[in-house]
Design a protein around this ligand. Structure first.
Ligand code: UGA
Length: 453
């Protein structure tokens, strides 16, 4: 099928590359000429395992193109995916300016029946606004092409996005109940047929429910995390081990094992933004979402959990202390620093006078940019933050090692070497990577999250 993807950010690029990989003729549009130039020169602007390989393959086969030419781009696809950003507005609601601008361009340049697919995460009711925007543009042109707006939210995890797209748990498709909606449903069925392994994973529903499903999924997952973080903090106080508790409850199939890991709070571009946006949708409709208010408050507090433990151990004034930090990205297998708990932790340390030596296997460049912005107004704090090239380089003279991201490379260190490299053998583990008993045996003072010590 002929597909146009409007927006070559994270979601757009993965969607375009994966749809091209299975044989579709895909054109990816972006308004940013620099991004398109990078892509046309064989580069990719994000770190995502497996993505470069499939982009290279499809491009070589002539199935994947990148362009800034909106008119030709919109003319290309029978199916138009809108995959542009929906950044938070000041009140937390999703800013729909880019989505509606994309809809306007589609309306302005469409040249026949089009299926317009909302792939961006958008609040309930957005498909209707996209519909109205396109209709207004068509009326302005005096054109009468038919079209249908579909909601097809993405459930990709950063770091596993290609795998998630290729082997989805479910494909949610929201379509209208009318004639064009039926036509759209048939087209989407054909487009996604190759991704239905073993059994049909497509869930058809009305457009509003599909839009809602995306927020409900992320809000539910964020709720599990905040719930476990709150229990972990209580476990610390009452002398229980949250890892045992996690296994104890996860074995109940009604609960399941996923997303029950206590840590330093959730980050990234999705959970924080989507939880806030859903709270805002609630407020706009007269429903206070009290559970989600608490989920967010618990998460904000959890980002400070390691600082509290460090202050308890070393005192409020950290002047003269140096800390090694392993892991900066908000989670492993990505270089994404958006809302990463490492940012709260490192700022908290620098504010209290400490020196920090920071290392991440992949996100060093992104981290430099993020901290340059965070510490813009504090040159003194900035001077006390050093980025190092290896995990080992972070350790000498450090009063403690702090672990913030659970990269595989951190899971089985040479403990003897680690103990001797640190000035004092103290580890604050924000991801519960090690067994407390083993750490004690190895001669470490070990602080984790909710692990009965
Ligand atoms: C999340 C969802 O998992 C995807 O299904 C969804 O498509 C995506 O948002 C989106 O809306 O685009 P992502 O933000 O890439 O994906 O990352 P996750 O793997 O879900 O992790 C989110 C955060 O939760 C990370 O900071 C992670 O460290 C934290 N987390 C996760 C925990 O603290 N504990 C857990 O048990 C699991």
């Amino acid at each position: 099928m002929k597909i146009t993807i409007v927006g070559t950010g994270y979601v757009g690029l993965v969607t375009g590359a994966c749809l091209a990989e299975i044989g579709n003729d895909v054109l990816c549009l972006d308004v940013d000429p620099k991004k398109i130039e990078v892509l046309n020169n064989g580069g990719i602007p994000i770190h995502e395992p497996g993505l470069k390989e499939i982009i290279d393959r499809s491009r070589a086969a002539g199935r994947l193109q990148f362009s800034t030419d909106v008119e030709a781009g919109v003319a290309h696809g029978d199916v138009q995916f809108i995959a542009v950003g929906t950044p938070p507005s000041e009140d937390g609601s999703a800013d729909l300016n880019y989505v509606l601008a994309a809809a306007r361009e589609i309306g302005r340049h469409m040249n026949g029946f089009k299926i317009v697919v909302d792939k961006s995460t958008v609040p309930v009711g957005t498909a209707q606004r996209v519909h109205e925007t396109i209709r207004t543009e068509l009326a302005r042109r005096g054109a009468a092409y038919g079209f249908s707006v579909v909601s097809n939210p993405e459930f990709l995890k950063e770091g596993a996005a290609v795998e998630d797209f290729m082997r989805p748990d479910r494909i949610v498709i929201g379509v209208d109940a009318d004639e064009t909606g039926h036509r759209a449903r048939e087209a989407m069925k054909r487009l996604y047929a190759p991704f239905n392994r073993n059994h049909d994973r497509t869930l058809y529903m009305d457009v509003r429910s599909a839009e809602f499903t995306k927020y409900a999924a992320n809000a539910m997952l964020a709720t599990r995390i905040s719930f476990m973080n709150e229990l972990a903090n209580l476990a610390d106080s009452v002398g229980a081990d949250i890892e045992s508790v996690r296994r104890g409850i996860g074995s109940d199939p009604r609960i399941g094992y996923h997303f029950l890991y206590a840590g330093t709070g959730y980050g990234g571009s999705c959970f924080p933004k989507d939880v806030r946006a859903l709270i805002q949708t609630g407020a706009e409709n007269g429903h206070a979402l009290r559970i989600l208010d608490a989920v967010e408050a618990v998460n904000d507090a959890q980002k400070h959990v390691l600082i509290h433990k460090i202050v308890e151990r070393f005192g409020e004034d950290l002047n003269g202390h140096t800390f090694a930090v392993w892991g900066l990205a908000f989670k492993p297998n990505t270089d994404d620093m958006r809302e990463a708990p490492s940012r709260t932790l490192i700022r908290g340390l620098l504010e209290r006078g400490a020196r920090v030596k920071a290392y991440d296997p992949v996100s060093m460049d992104a981290a430099r940019v993020a901290f340059a912005a965070d510490l813009d107004a504090s040159p003194d704090e900035r001077a006390r933050l050093t980025f190092v090239r290896t995990e080992g380089e972070a350790l000498p003279n450090a009063d403690a090692l702090l672990i913030v991201t659970e990269w595989k490379a951190f899971k089985s260190p040479d403990f003897a070497a680690l103990r001797t490299a640190l000035k004092t053998p103290i580890v604050f583990d924000g991801r519960n990577l090690y067994e407390p008993a083993t750490m004690l045996e190895q001669g470490f003072e070990y602080y984790a999250i909710g692990r009965a010590l």
